[in-house]
Design a protein around this ligand. Structure first.
Ligand SMILES: [Zn+2]
Length: 492
């Protein structure tokens, strides 16, 4: 019974998030709901952790339904004030936060639930509210959960943050959601907050996964999972959600991605490209400094991905990007003069202000690659959440060629939602992979076709390779305390 009540409260909280957004264009009607009932619900909500979890799950399901029936959600807008009153004591929020504190990885749906409760309890201006919505959005975005993305965007807009609410998120016939105004606390501050790891997942959260939904994780997307928490690779369960499946062939193949993910079809700076001249010469200081660390791998249904613990960086003209993950495509997505290579490894990096940069390492059929051998020997048995491989240390730098000459262009994620603003550096020197190793890769085809170049330049550049290698050697030889000091300085 308690559970049911809490479910209702959380569900209403979800409605509230959507409703709050709608209120910017549609006036709320006076609430007549019984406040006592909600107050009671708020007290009940201080119940057990399991109940809170179940309820949050139910709420997220409710959210999905609601996103589909946004008209209905708008009709419920008047309940918002009642919910707010019911939660004003803060007990519900405190309880939920306590329940979630034990968890290492909150799903984006739970983060939204939390953010919404915060908004209801502490107000839209509360930094914790905004942070939770932002985190939810980042996670949902990477895992491609459209309804959750919508909820987070609407929630963020309601807090006054500047966010583009996708047209698909708005009810039919409604005016475009007013964009929030940007706050003074810039991105940098925000990412520091994230780095602090407050509210960051701390325990396992993989009990809710449903096999078929593992499809939702993907490629560049699943990327982001690691680095939310500064220390360990995050695990995110493949939870129930309404994400459409997509694939590299057939009914859900690349030509159809546009149906659910407009940018994939309408974007003008999509990846991958066929790399052909003329090239524009460009001087870019491309300086990876990757570090050895424990090996964590996953099969996300679209690729094999290695999640990287915090500490491996790429500097592009002095600006630091964290290496989040690398993953593979077969054949290479990029073509060189119209021809793909056997495979490519994409190293996905993200800067403190959220910019993405990908280094592509082309894999050419030839001798066996001992580092690929290490990876392939530890392939996850099947599609699922990340798996920590015990007793194996892996250095991502071992997959880079010594020469870091590159072709570069502005592109996009090569998987839905094909978000643009990703800087690509395709290394001109391929590394070897044997035919047997190519055949042992579990995906026969997981490459998006090349995209129109449109008005983009492809540049050609050099990077100071020797310096990087020296850096790696030094990093490995350095005593731990010295390395810690260097990292502390780097973090400044
Ligand atoms: Zn990729």
């Amino acid at each position: 019974m308690k559970r049911t009540v809490l479910e209702i409260v959380l569900a209403l909280a979800m409605v509230g998030a959507a409703a709050f957004g709608y209120m910017s264009w549609k006036q709320s009607q006076g609430s007549k709901l019984a406040i006592e009932e909600l107050t009671k619900a708020s007290e009940e909500a201080t119940a057990k952790i399991e109940e809170a979890e179940k309820s949050a799950k139910a709420a997220s399901e409710e959210l999905e339904t609601m996103s589909k029936e946004s008209e209905a959600a708008a009709a419920k807008a008047s309940q918002f004030d009642a919910v707010k009153a019911g939660l004003a004591s803060g007990a519900t929020l405190a309880d939920l936060e306590a329940a979630y504190k034990k968890e290492k990885n909150l799903s984006p749906e739970r983060l939204i639930g939390l953010a919404t409760l915060r908004m209801l309890t502490k107000g839209a201006e509360d930094p914790g509210t905004i942070e939770a919505y932002k985190k939810a959005l980042a996670l949902a975005d990477w895992s491609n959960r459209k309804n959750t993305i919508c909820a987070a965007q609407i929630g963020l807009a309601a807090t006054g943050e500047k966010v583009d609410v996708m047209a698909d998120c708005l009810p039919k016939g409604s005016p475009k959601m007013a964009e929030g105004h940007s706050k003074d606390d810039g991105h940098a501050d925000h990412s520091k907050e994230e780095a602090k790891g407050k509210g960051d997942p701390a325990a396992k959260d993989n009990g809710h996964g449903k096999k078929e939904d593992a499809h939702a994780k993907k490629d560049e997307h699943a990327a982001d999972e690691h680095a939310k928490d500064g220390e360990k690779t995050a695990e995110k369960p493949a939870e129930k959600h309404a994400t459409p499946h997509w694939d590299y062939e057939g009914d859900m193949g690349p030509a159809r991605w546009v149906k659910e993910f407009p940018t994939c079809g309408k974007g003008q700076k999509q990846s991958p490209l066929n790399i052909k001249g003329p090239f524009v010469k460009q001087r870019v200081d491309l300086a990876p400094s990757y570090k050895p660390g424990p090996l964590t791998m996953l099969n996300n249904g679209h690729t094999i991905q290695v999640n990287i613990p915090a500490g491996s960086k790429l500097r592009i003209d002095g600006i630091a990007y964290d290496l989040l993950q690398f993953h593979f495509h077969r054949p290479s997505e990029e073509q060189i003069d119209g021809k793909p290579m056997a495979m490519v490894a994409h190293f996905v990096h993200k800067s403190a202000d959220g910019k993405l940069a990908v280094i592509g390492v082309l894999l050419k059929e030839g001798n066996e690659n001992p580092n690929i051998k290490t990876l392939w020997a530890n392939l996850p048995a099947g599609e699922g959440p990340p798996v920590d491989v015990p007793d194996v240390t892996f250095n991502p730098a071992s997959l880079l060629p010594k020469e870091l000459d590159f072709w570069s262009y502005e592109g996009s994620l090569t998987t839905p939602p094909c978000t643009e603003g990703v800087r690509f550096f395709i290394l001109r020197t391929p590394v070897n992979i044997s035919k047997e190793q190519v055949n042992a890769f579990p995906f026969k085809l997981n490459a998006r076709p090349v995209q129109p170049q449109n008005n983009r330049e492809i540049t050609i550049g050099l990077a100071p390779a020797d310096v990087n290698w020296l850096g790696d050697v030094l990093a490995q030889a350095m005593p731990a305390h010295a390395r810690a000091a260097v990292e502390a300085v780097e973090a400044l």
